[in-house]
Design a protein around this ligand. Structure first.
Ligand SMILES: Nc1nc2c(ncn2[C@@H]2O[C@H](COP(=O)(O)OP(=O)(O)O)[C@@H](O)[C@H]2O)c(=O)[nH]1
Ligand SMILES: [Mg+2]
Length: 151
């Protein structure tokens, strides 16, 4: 399941990860594909909508937190990751093609805040960067160990 703020690039990633065709539109509702769930950024940005995220995520193995690399503000709500204990957590820093991209700054910020798990960097202009994430997701079993092996 992909989570993260509005316009982080979740749906763009989701399209590649789920091999779906068609344009990326603004995500109005939770969208299900066979292997994944895309969520609207609003669910993530408004505390009164957290329950929607939490109930949607109850059956998923893997949470992918998506953060654009030109946004220096930490946006993961405190405590939300604790709810996801036991699930595989993967970070993705998107939009590395932008002129104001600062992927190192964003990655350090996530680590400073205690984000565990592998962190990938992607750009929609670099299909391979997204395919690498996909290969990882397909190749490593979601057993929850990713969190403790990489930090
Ligand atoms: N430059 C650039 N733009 C991107 C990238 N990924 C997504 N976008 C753009 O950012 C906007 C928001 O993307 P979207 O996937 O809808 O974000 P979501 O709200 O998290 O689902 C769209 O205009 C995308 O085309 C990227 O890697 N690089
Ligand atoms: Mg979306």
């Amino acid at each position: 399941m992909l989570i993260g703020p509005v316009a982080a690039g979740k749906s763009t990633l989701f399209k590649v990860l789920s091999d779906s065709k068609g344009d990326v539109r603004k995500t109005q509702a939770v969208e299900f594909e066979i292997n994944g769930i895309d969520t609207p950024g609003e669910y993530f940005s408004y505390p009164r909508l957290y329950h929607a995220l939490i109930s949607t995520s109850s059956d998923v193995d893997t949470i992918i937190y998506v953060h654009p690399c030109n946004d220096p503000e930490y946006r993961l709500p405190p405590g939300l990751l604790n709810i996801y204990k036991g699930k595989r957590l993967v970070g993705v820093i998107t939009k590395t093609d932008l002129p104001d991209a600062e992927p190192d700054v964003i990655e350090n910020m996530l680590r400073d805040k205690g984000f565990c798990g592998p962190i990938f960097r992607t750009s929609s202009h670099d299909r391979q960067s997204m395919e690498r994430l996909k290969t990882y997701l397909l190749g490593s079993p979601p057993d929850g160990n990713a969190r403790s092996t990489t930090s």
